[in-house]
Design a protein around this ligand. Structure first.
Ligand code: ADP
Ligand code: SF4
Ligand code: MG
Length: 342
C-alpha cells in the first residue's frame, strides 16, 4: 500500500477557555492520498480550520492537540512547532491558503517581490527563476503573465485570490490546503477559480485539502471527502458514494440543504438547531440534539467511524448507519406520493 499524503488519526484538539476545555475536534480520522482532491465539509464552527491549523503547527496559543496523530508522507508532524513546520514543509511541500486570504498579500510589495522572498527563504532558486515560475503559474490560473510585477491593489478581488493561489503553487508543493478559498467571491469568480484549480489537477502532481461549508462545491471538485459535525467526522468516502449513498443523518440533511445542479427546482431543506460547543470529553454523538433518528444510546457514547455495509472505504460514525438512508427514502417517497399532506 502506498503511503498517504496526509493522515489524521484519532485527532483531538482542545482550546482552553474561561468556561473550561472546549473540544473543537474529537477523535477525527481521515486520509488524503497522493494527487487527490479531498474535501472537508461542515457548518461554520465544526472544527475545519482547527484541523488545518493543527496540521500546520499553527494552533492559537490556547489550543492543543490532546490526542492522536497527524502524518505527512508517513512522518508524524503533530508535534511540529510553527517554526519547524515553516522550515521543513511550508511552501515546498505543503502550501496553505488560509481562510480570508484574499487580504493576505502584502499591499506594499509587488507580487513578484513576494514570490522572490519566499523562494529565497525556502529554496535555492534565483530571483529570476522564482519570478519565471510565478509567471508560469499566473498563466495557469488565468492571469496575464506580465502582471506579476503589479501590486495587489491593482487587481480585482477575484484576481487577487488567483494571485494568492499562484503564489501558493509556484514552488510546486505536493499538498495545497485551501480554507474556504472562494467564500468571499461572487459565484462567477468562484467558478473561475475552481476552473483553474481543476486544470492544475489534470497534471496529477498536487493533492488538495479543500475546506468549505458548501457541500456542492466538494461534489463538483473533489475525489473524496469527509463530512464533519461539531468536531466529529460523520462520514468519509468518494464523492460519488456520498452523493449517491449518504449514510450519516447529518450528511443526508446537509445534502438536502444545498442546491443541486441536477435538481434545480428541489426545495432546500433546513437542519434545525445549531451545532453544540462541546466542553471536555465528548462521549456522545454531537448530532444528537438535531438528529431525527436519535435513540438513547446516542447520548451515552460517541459513535466511532465504522464501515457501512462492510465497505472499509466508506466509514460512518452513527449507531444507526445501516438503516437511516432506507428510512429516509421510504419517508420521502410517501411524502412525494401523497403530495406531502400526510
Ligand atoms: N482560539 C480559540 N479559543 C477558543 N475557542 C476556539 C478558538 N478557535 C476556535 N475555537 C472554537 O473551536 C470551534 C471550531 O472552530 P473552527 O475550527 O474555526 O471551525 P470552522 O473552521 O469549521 O468554522 C468553534 O466552536 C470555535 O468557536
Ligand atoms: S449516532 Fe444517533 S444521534 Fe448520532 S447521527 Fe446516528 S442516530 Fe443520529
Ligand atoms: Mg474555518
Amino acid at each position: 500500500m502506498t503511503t498517504p499524503l496526509l493522515e489524521a488519526e484519532n485527532l483531538t484538539v482542545q482550546y482552553e477557555t474561561a468556561n473550561g476545555m472546549l473540544t473543537a475536534v474529537s477523535d477525527a480520522s481521515f486520509t488524503i492520498n497522493t494527487s487527490e482532491y479531498f474535501g472537508l465539509v461542515g457548518e461554520s464552527g465544526c472544527g475545519k480550520s482547527t484541523i488545518t491549523k493543527a496540521a500546520l503547527g499553527g494552533l492559537d496559543d490556547n489550543g492543543r492537540i490532546t490526542a492522536g496523530k497527524i502524518r505527512y508522507k508517513g512522518e508524524e508532524i503533530q508535534d511540529y512547532t510553527e517554526k519547524e513546520f515553516n522550515e521543513k514543509l511550508r511552501w515546498k511541500e505543503i502550501s496553505w491558503i488560509p481562510q480570508g486570504s484574499m487580504n493576505s498579500l502584502d499591499p506594499l510589495q509587488r507580487i513578484s517581490e513576494q514570490a522572490a522572498m519566499i523562494a529565497r527563504v525556502h529554496t535555492d532558486l534565483s530571483k529570476d527563476e522564482a519570478v519565471e515560475r510565478l509567471r508560469e503559474m499566473f498563466d495557469i490560473v488565468g492571469l496575464p503573465k506580465e502582471r506579476v510585477t503589479d501590486y495587489p491593489h491593482q487587481f480585482s478581488g477575484g484576481m487577487q485570490q488567483r494571485a494568492v493561489i499562484a503564489l501558493a503553487l509556484f514552488l510546486r508543493p505536493s499538498l495545497l490546503i485551501a480554507d474556504e478559498p472562494t467564500t468571499a467571491l461572487d459565484v462567477i469568480m468562484q467558478d473561475q477559480v475552481f476552473k483553474y484549480l481543476n486544470e492544475i489537477k489534470q497534471d496529477g502532481e498536487i493533492g488538495m485539502l479543500l475546506i468549505t461549508h458548501d457541500i456542492s462545491l466538494v461534489f463538483e471538485s473533489c475525489d473524496r471527502m469527509s463530512v464533519m459535525h461539531a468536531g466529529q467526522i460523520s462520514e468519509t468516502g468518494t464523492v460519488e458514494t456520498i452523493y449517491e449513498e449518504p449514510h450519516h443523518p447529518y450528511t443526508i440533511l446537509l445534502k438536502e440543504a444545498f442546491p443541486d445542479l441536477r435538481y434545480p427546482d428541489r426545495e432546500l431543506g433546513i437542519i434545525e438547531g445549531n451545532p453544540p460547543q462541546n466542553m471536555g470529553e465528548v462521549d456522545y454523538c454531537t448530532f444528537v440534539d438535531r438528529c431525527p433518528w436519535a435513540v438513547p444510546e446516542c447520548q451515552e457514547q460517541a459513535p466511532s467511524l465504522e464501515p457501512v455495509g462492510g465497505d472499509e472505504d466508506h466509514p460512518v460514525s452513527c449507531f444507526r448507519r445501516e438503516e437511516v438512508l432506507e428510512e429516509y427514502r421510504a419517508e420521502n417517497e410517501t411524502v412525494a406520493q401523497t403530495g406531502g399532506d400526510q
